[in-house]
Design a protein around this ligand. Structure first.
Ligand SMILES: *Cc1c(COP(=O)(O)O)cnc(C)c1O
Length: 339
């Protein structure tokens, strides 16, 4: 085991020993390679750099009490990377190559998988991009698939506590028929102005509304939105949000708990009526929300009057994290043990 201050790891990049790479060239995927370099040798005219042909995934490996390393729903990430590839016309990474690459990257860097009980985990970042040179606007003929890993600390150092969100109305992250449903870097570039505006106003993340009417809730930064009221779990339906695997899993757990589930457009004014609200994604699992400030409208919505996350958000969070670390029974077959 590497000697790191696991409990105080940032959510950032720390060098590990190896990464795994595979190149698509001349109409086929080549041999998987292991590299100990953090750098890639790239053609300056590659489509990733000029026309944004790039997609990525974010997932984690968790060490259980039994010392075993667990992956959570890796096939969902593999599928989504294929959809993202289709979305920006890249070559799809076959499921078996994806699986082999992530398992290899985790095993080769096993000493960086944080010990059980620290709240830390090994973040896995698979990425796919156009590495072939083109000057005209067209898809590349060559692609690189790389998987690197980095240990990350618990997303919230102070524990599971309510966060503050700012509604952003003067920039959009994705258009209704654009690439919002794909996990592509371009969406993140488009979201940066909103992220920084929220930070500068003293808020943790931006909330984006639907771009057409600015009336319905889309997403929160790189996380999906959910609300709870009258024993119902409600999450937005929109043509410009990324389908979160965490959200999909929480929906299942909510149903297991006997909650009703609604996936529908959620108008901003409805924020007034919710009992609990939160954001969900791989990084933090669930971020309970204590305040949403509609900056440009001068309206503030408040939750968690006692300063603590709501009961159902807490239950859903503990169940999902428990499954990921192997403490709660994996009824739905979501876990793959790395052997
Ligand atoms: C990755 C991502 C999410 C969260 O998805 P998970 O699969 O739960 O990690 C939500 N929104 C956006 C825009 C994302 O890129």
């Amino acid at each position: 085991m590497e000697n790191l201050d696991w409990k105080n790891l940032p959510f950032g990049y720390i060098k590990t020993d190896y990464n795994v790479r595979c190149t698509y060239k001349d109409g086929k995927w080549g041999k998987m390679e292991v590299s100990d370099s953090e750098y890639i040798n790239l053609h300056m005219a590659c489509t990733a750099l000029h026309y944004g042909q790039e997609a990525f995934e974010g997932m984690k490996a968790y060490r259980g009490k039994d010392g075993k390393i667990r992956l959570f729903r890796w096939d969902e990430n593999a599928n989504r990377l294929q959809q993202s590839a289709e979305g920006v016309l890249m070559e799809k990474v076959p499921m078996d190559i994806f699986r082999e690459a992530i398992i290899k990257a985790v095993k080769l860097n096993e000493k960086f998988v944080p010990p059980y009980g620290t709240g830390a985990s090994l973040y896995i970042r698979p990425m796919l991009f156009g590495s072939g040179a083109e000057v005209g606007v067209r898809p590349a003929k060559e692609y690189m698939f790389i998987v690197f890993v980095t240990p990350v600390g618990p997303y919230f150092k102070e524990g599971f506590n309510p966060v503050k969100i700012a509604i952003i109305r003067d920039s959009d992250r994705a258009a209704p028929l654009g690439t919002g449903t794909f996990k592509v870097g371009g969406n993140y570039a488009a979201s940066l102005r909103g992220v920084i505006k929220a930070h500068n106003a003293g808020y943790g993340s931006p909330m984006y509304l639907d771009t057409k009417e600015k009336h319905y809730i889309d997403e929160i930064g790189a996380a999906n939105f959910f609300a709870i009221k009258d024993n119902t779990y409600i999450t937005p339906k929109s043509s410009s949000i990324l389908a979160s695997i965490t959200n999909k899993s929480i929906i299942q757990l909510a149903e297991d708990l006997g909650l009703k589930v609604e996936r529908r457009p959620i108008a901003v004014e409805e924020l007034e009526t919710f009992e609990e609200v939160g954001a969900c994604g791989t990084a933090a699992v669930i971020s309970p929300i204590g305040e949403i400030n509609d900056l440009d409208m001068g309206k503030i919505y408040r939750y968690c009057p006692d300063g603590k996350p709501g009961k159902l958000s807490t239950k859903l969070y503990q169940t999902l994290v428990g499954i990921q670390y192997g403490d709660v029974e994996d009824k739905h077959g979501w876990i793959t043990i790395v052997e």
